[in-house]
Design a protein. Structure first.
Length: 321
């Protein structure tokens, strides 16, 4: 007999509980961003089936702020007994600590990174009314105009901020960074013509693209990206250094019991391999990894990501905040 799942919406910062037989105390799943973003969507897709698999209640707790570092810090400070997990992401666990004056944690040392859930590439968007039809057109204007062109991102230290800085360095143009608190307000200003361009994860922009409000000039996937037919990759345009995706995963405090880590890793990998899960993720612009990773491999992804982008931060001379 199939177990019935009851989902309860609680208060804005807390949601999702799984009822039924319990194999242990409830699990807090910390999301380091506000409700509605890609990390929050990921949590709400994965948490219910994960709760059923583990036989544990999972409560989602949104803890936004400081580019995700507030929520990540709360995760790092949790008790390593399996009652605290969190959504890990390229910003709070990859790039944002690189531009922080005093990051409150070490993204590799202070966490147990358990499983990758999904990835999404970065897209370079311009308004549909923009005169720039291609990336070469855009970069030619960035070089020719005395003030250059502006590019918005989801915040200082985000992967997309660093990709914009790397693009300016590689192309020899002037691109002026305009940080926003999330994709939503940045996308609205792009559509309204306040900024010339927007570097942002594909997740959260699919509606504007399909609705004809924004044009995609390039995508940061390693190869041609099927959901964006005809859109060239940065690598194909001569900028392979911008090839990178924003990843989202499940992590926890340092020192989680190995058996629990293996259990959660196996459960998450099974869940994201289900066709119904993939459909829901892809509808939000999120894509399960092509190959399931064990916990050690995901830990290596996090460590390698920071190593790759640290020199970009140094070369761009981004002020530490």
């Amino acid at each position: 007999m199939r177990r019935l799942i009851a989902l309860f919406l609680l208060i804005p910062g807390l949601a999702l509980g799984q009822t039924g037989g319990q194999n242990g105390p409830p699990i807090r799943l910390i999301v380091p961003f506000a409700p509605g973003g890609a990390s929050d969507v990921t949590a709400r897709i994965v948490a219910p089936p994960l709760a059923v698999t583990l036989g544990r209640t999972i409560v989602i707790e949104n803890r936004p702020g400081a580019g995700g570092m507030l929520g990540a810090e709360a995760m790092a400070r949790g008790v390593a007994d399996g009652t605290v997990l969190g959504i890990s992401n390229t910003s709070p666990h990859g790039t944002v600590p690189l531009v922080a004056a005093s990051p409150p944690y070490d993204s590799d040392r202070d966490f147990t990174h358990i499983a990758m859930v999904a990835e999404t590439p970065t897209v370079l968007l311009v308004p549909m009314a923009s005169p720039f039809a291609t990336l070469p057109d855009f970069l030619a204007a960035a070089r020719a105009r005395s003030g250059g062109l502006s590019f918005a991102s989801t915040g200082v230290g985000s992967l997309q901020h660093l990709q914009g800085e790397a693009l300016a360095q590689a192309a020899g143009g002037r691109l002026v960074h305009v940080p926003y608190r999330g994709t939503g307000p940045a996308l609205q200003d792009l559509i309204g013509g306040t900024v010339d361009s927007l570097l942002t994860p594909l997740a959260g922009t699919t509606g504007a693209i399909s609705g004809g409000q924004a044009r995609v000039l390039a995508v940061s996937s390693a190869q041609g990206f099927a959901p964006l037919p005809g859109v060239p990759t940065y690598a194909a345009l001569g900028f392979p250094g911008l090839t990178a995706t924003s990843w989202t995963g499940i992590s926890g405090p340092r020192g989680l019991p190995p058996a629990f880590v293996a259990q959660v890793n196996a459960a998450v990998n099974r869940i994201v391999a289900l066709p119904e899960t993939a459909v829901r993720l892809e509808a939000a612009g999120l894509y399960p990894p092509a190959v399931a990773l064990d916990a050690a491999s995901f830990q290596a992804v996090v460590a390698d990501f920071a190593r790759v982008w640290r020199p970009v931060v140094a070369a761009a001379n981004i002020p530490r905040n």
